[in-house]
Design a protein around this ligand. Sequence first.
Ligand SMILES: [Fe+2]
Ligand SMILES: [Fe+2]
Length: 297
Amino acid sequence: MVSGKYLSVFSPATAQQRQQNFENYWVFTQQHGGELFEADKDLAKKRAKLQYFKDSPVSLRKPLADTDAFYRNYIKMQDDPGKLERLTLMLTAIYKFARHEWVGIKGAWDAVPDMANSHSVEDKISRVHLAEEFCHVRLFDEMLRTCGLDNVEWVPLGPIKEKIYQQFPKFPGFLMDTPAFVTELMGVTFYRHLDRLFDDILADEPEVKERLKALLDEITIDEVAHVGQRRNFIGPVGTKVSYWLVKPFYTLFFNDIPEIKHLFDLQQMIKDGQAFDFNELPESMIERSWIPSYCKA
Ligand SMILES: [Fe+2]
Ligand SMILES: [Fe+2]
């Protein structure tokens, strides 16, 4: 094993360490996102960053030949995914992943206390966390626009799935905290694999490749911090359960997205999730993110 600066995200932590880390994360997250605009589910610094991208748009050198293929398959796959052009397939996969995120946070936003009614540091953290997730959906939307897709609609899931997502945040912590942590970990794993997929699929599109990577970095930096923060909610038993949940969770989730097996190595994603220790992340990303003290060597 290569020894690094950081330890496994499944490393043990005492209750006292976790309490200190909540305080520390709260300081981090306020300066990271800037002012919370609660009515808009937005944050000042994130909003400015998105505007910066919108003010200097880039576009594909060779536009998508068949945008109908995207619009026909992005909500539900209709065609044979093996026959779709790879860029289109990657974009429908991005939408489907982001859509799940959007549905989950939409349900949670109404279920958790707003900032005025958040009294504990954990509640305040959770409110800002959700606002960041809404910013991610806007950044994903911008990725699709960059590829010439400006008629994307964010469509709710069916009523039953919507209901499940709405109930989830109301579950007691001992039930909710482990899947919430594994979901964040799954996000980071997916985004790191997606970053490498950009190199492959957008090799002939340097401007768009760099832009999509920059948009994705904005998301991943937050998501890495979320991994540590959600880890911090979990005690020793939950930490073991979370490790055990990685494989079934990733498998269930990704098998539901038909594009995944054509673009990604699911088994490698599972291994990367189980082995996650922050060491593979670029320094530029770590500098802007947050890692729990007990994951530092
Ligand atoms: Fe996110
Ligand atoms: Fe997140």
